[in-house]
Design a protein around this ligand. Sequence first.
Ligand code: SF4
Ligand code: SF4
Length: 195
Amino acid sequence: MIFSDLRHGNPQEDFNMGKLNFFLIPLGQDHPIEEKLRWARLLYEEIGKELGNDLIFKGLLEDYKKRIDNTWIAMKESGVVKECTLCATVDGGSCCGAGIENKFDCIELLINLFLNIDFPDSPFDPTGCFFLGERGCLLKARHVICVNFMCKRLYSQITEEKIKMVQRAMEKETEAAFILEEYIKHWLARHLSKE
Ligand code: SF4
Ligand code: SF4
């Protein structure tokens, strides 16, 4: 089997070969979402327990969870959540368009599995992002472009002071996500075969 066949084939076959190879993991955005979802699930099954017991990983994951919560607190306190809810439910607006799911890589999806997120089998709204559910985003670990996005409506309805408070929380969340993702990649590189 040639290398490209392995990358785009069924990863379960690779696992059944008894060796999970670091270089076969589809890191980065440039892979179909189905492939990234498959790999995230398989990585979670294969190394979830061992990585989950790693003390540094545990600490980074806890820190990330707190920062995600803090962003949501800041968004609620500032009125961002209220404005977005009005936009989505009354005005038919949305910024979660189809294709944004392609920005994720399989490590970000893997983190969502550690946060007990269950991925949908198909999109709730075919014109929307694959991860958009009936009541909003289904993910806990969102992509940096989702976390940081502020539209004109928000800038016009929320005071500058509150926008800055939300942006500070967003920045801390995305920093924590970056550190965690990098740690996971290094952990995988140290623990998986590279031959
Ligand atoms: S960010 Fe803007 S476009 Fe998106 S839901 Fe909120 S108000 Fe609507
Ligand atoms: S916030 Fe969630 S549903 Fe919206 S674009 Fe991002 S991942 Fe998709």
